[in-house]
Design a protein around this ligand. Structure first.
Ligand SMILES: Cc1ncc(COP(=O)(O)O)c(C=O)c1O
Length: 378
């Protein structure tokens, strides 16, 4: 039986060569490859600064730190996201306040519900660009300006995705990206924080390495022999082995995303018009990264969704659910939230395989098996 994975790495010999070259350079911790990655990432996005970090969770944590979000401040967040988006709020002792998504067609946070969730303790909004499809950033930025709030973009799913011609991650105060292995840019673990604010960039650089005023790479090059520790920092550094992988992955990115767009259109050709399911963002026209390909079952429930997933698995098709809603996790049971759209979607969503090397025949097979399963009487 064929097995079609949810995701497949697009690595080639270039990644192998980059790692080998870095190993042979004998500088494997943070150093010149980090710097090159940061320069290339910021120029690709057209943003002033990019700071490489150990992962996106670290980026989200540092984003809230440098925006001075702290004890008992409220931060408005989506629940239909990976838990790290919300955990970052807790790391700085702030309170996450959940806002619902717009609908089964648009899985991003609803601006009007953001506005309703604002209190006099609200300090920031974290948006998450689901699958690389943009949140309604004009609305979000207007609300933020009106209420003097900071905006952090969790752009993990959206490298090179655009909103009205602007790259995601560059619209709010800070943008955060992940290089986790199943992301559009894969380095195993890794991430980057982008900003156009020089002071934010300097503070992130300080905090990613223990609050020390110089790095061991600078010291090894004789640029600086002593250091002070001026803030309570962390070890959120990316090593140069992973940074070297990231540089090659950036070179692949545009081609990879072009191919993913084709895969998305193959899916849409085969699945649109079905009464049994909704394809979120189906008419979206701007360029997006297509990190994942979700469908939402109509008039359904989680038991039927889980049964369909199981049947697909038995036919060699790996699927997933992006995401189990965060507000339902035990750790967030104290954050009461009425989120009917998120509740429906989290119970009825199936993420189908999506990666640039996915073959058209495989998409056809996935779609015909999904159609059969959806049309089975329950
Ligand atoms: C939306 C979202 N936010 C945050 C993260 C956390 O990223 P990382 O695994 O790099 O810490 C992820 C990645 O899994 C994600 O998908």
């Amino acid at each position: 039986m064929t097995t079609i994975p949810l995701f497949d790495l697009n690595y080639g010999v270039e990644e192998e060569k980059a790692v080998l070259e870095t190993l042979r350079s004998k500088w494997i911790s943070i150093g010149p490859k980090n710097q090159e990655l940061e320069e290339k990432f910021s120029s690709l996005l057209g943003v002033r600064y990019a700071v490489a970090l150990s992962n996106c969770t670290a980026a989200l944590h540092l984003a809230l730190k440098i925006l001075d979000i702290g004890d008992n401040d409220e931060v408005i967040v989506p629940s239909l996201t990976f838990v790290a988006t919300v955990n970052a709020v807790r790391y700085v002792n702030a309170i996450p306040v959940f806002a619902d998504i717009r609908s089964s067609q648009d899985l991003t946070i609803a601006p009007k519900l953001i506005e309703q969730a604002i209190s006099d303790r609200t300090k920031a909004i974290i948006v998450m660009h689901y699958a690389g499809f943009p949140c309604a950033m004009d609305h979000v930025m207007n609300i933020a300006a009106k209420h003097n709030l900071k905006v952090v973009e969790d752009a993990c799913h959206g490298p090179l995705s655009e909103y009205k011609g602007q790259k995601l991650g560059t619209i709010g105060d800070i943008g955060c990206f992940s290089f986790f292995s199943n992301k559009n840019i894969s380095t195993g673990e890794g991430g980057v924080l982008v900003t156009s604010d020089e002071d934010y960039q300097a503070r992130v650089k300080l905090l990613r390495s223990h609050g020390m005023t110089s790095l061991s790479y600078d010291r090894s090059k004789g640029h600086s022999t002593l250091y002070d520790v001026v803030a309570l920092g962390y070890n959120y550094r990316l090593d140069d082995i992973r940074a070297a992988l990231g540089i090659v992955q950036l070179e692949r990115l545009k081609g990879d995303l072009k191919q993913r767009s084709k895969v998305r259109h193959w899916y849409i050709d085969r699945l649109s018009g079905m009464d049994e399911l909704t394809i979120p963002f189906v008419n979206h026209a701007e360029f997006v990264s297509n990190y994942i390909f979700p469908v939402v079952l109509n008039n359904s429930d989680y038991r039927r969704r889980d049964a369909i997933r199981l049947s697909l698995q038995n036919k060699g098709i790996q699927t997933s659910v992006h995401y189990p809603a965060v507000h339902r996790f035990s750790i967030y049971s104290d954050c009461a939230a009425d989120l009917p759209n998120t509740d429906y979607v989290t119970d009825n969503l199936i993420s189908l395989p999506m990666f640039s090397n996915l073959k058209k025949d495989d998409v056809n097979y996935i779609c015909s098996e999904l159609k059969k399963e959806c049309r089975e009487p329950t």
